[in-house]
Write a protein that binds this ligand. Structure first.
Ligand code: CDP
Ligand code: CDP
Length: 223
């Protein structure tokens, strides 16, 4: 089937969305778009400028001359903020723990959702985030909602951190994940919620390739 569809992948922090979405996109030669990286990039920029992250007027004004772009890469997709690479910086703990605050501003979501819809407009896209199936791409042909237990997600993050020589205790990671899940699920605009027509996959005891295969099968059947 040659039809280039839209694939939306949502779910809570560290459920495996970006890892799996990237591999699925490769399988079908689709574009991968990490919307979390967009929210992270603007958080980094506002922090660098010393802005109060809840100052909506200032942050929205900042967005008018903010460029975010992706460079596909077999291993890890590179992220550019105003032409400068920020791939690793946007994953730092201070950004991670502040991004939900900026992501709750309606003016910010309005701006980024428009950019995301533009990127997805020609199909052939796998996009991951929190509100892709509900708000960004409500007509996506395939919608996946990935979940995993908090314990499992904290352990995944611990392992990721160890590889980067970052040491945060497991209990703290669990707390940070629960905190971010809570903020993302309870904000007024586009909260993290499973779309009615999304297929939920619990990845707690699944390998990455199990998840990729399951989603690829769903795409083949729907596309
Ligand atoms: O990879 P991880 O699960 O840590 O998060 P992410 O996908 O990089 O997203 C970081 C944060 O951006 C989330 O906790 C949300 O606050 C926000 N976000 C959002 O509000 N809407 C999206 N579509 C994607 C991310
Ligand atoms: O994008 P999101 O925050 O949802 O998660 P991620 O950054 O893609 O995945 C977090 C970690 O979980 C990565 O190190 C993945 O390799 C790992 N993972 C896993 O161990 N098993 C899975 N089924 C999926 C991801």
């Amino acid at each position: 089937n040659l039809k280039k569809i839209q694939v939306a992948i949502d779910g809570p922090a560290s459920a495996g969305k970006s890892t799996v979405a990237k591999l699925v996109a490769n399988n079908f030669s689709y574009v991968y778009c990490d919307t979390g990286a967009m929210y992270r990039s603007i958080t980094l920029k506002a922090m660098r400028l010393g802005y109060n992250l809840s100052d909506e007027i200032r942050v929205v004004e900042m967005l008018k001359d903010t460029d975010i772009s992706f460079e596909p890469n077999a291993e890890q997709q590179k992220v550019f903020l105003d032409g400068q690479e920020v791939t690793n910086e946007i994953r730092q703990e201070d950004v991670t723990n502040s991004v939900s605050e900026i992501a709750s501003l309606s003016g910010v979501r309005f701006d980024l959702v428009k950019r995301q819809q533009q990127i997805a407009s020609n199909g052939g896209i796998v996009m991951d985030g929190r509100d892709i199936g509900t708000t960004v791409l409500p007509n996506a042909e395939v919608k996946i909602f990935l979940i995993a237990s908090v314990q499992e997600r904290a352990e995944r993050r611990l392992k990721d951190n160890a590889e980067k020589n970052i040491h945060v205790p497991l209990d703290q990671l669990k707390k940070e994940i629960e905190d971010r899940d809570y903020k993302d699920s309870h904000r007024q605009i586009s909260p993290l919620v499973k779309a009615d027509d999304a297929i939920e996959i619990d990845t707690t005891s699944m390998s990455i390739s199990d998840v990729v295969n399951e989603i690829s099968k769903i795409i083949k059947n729907n596309g």
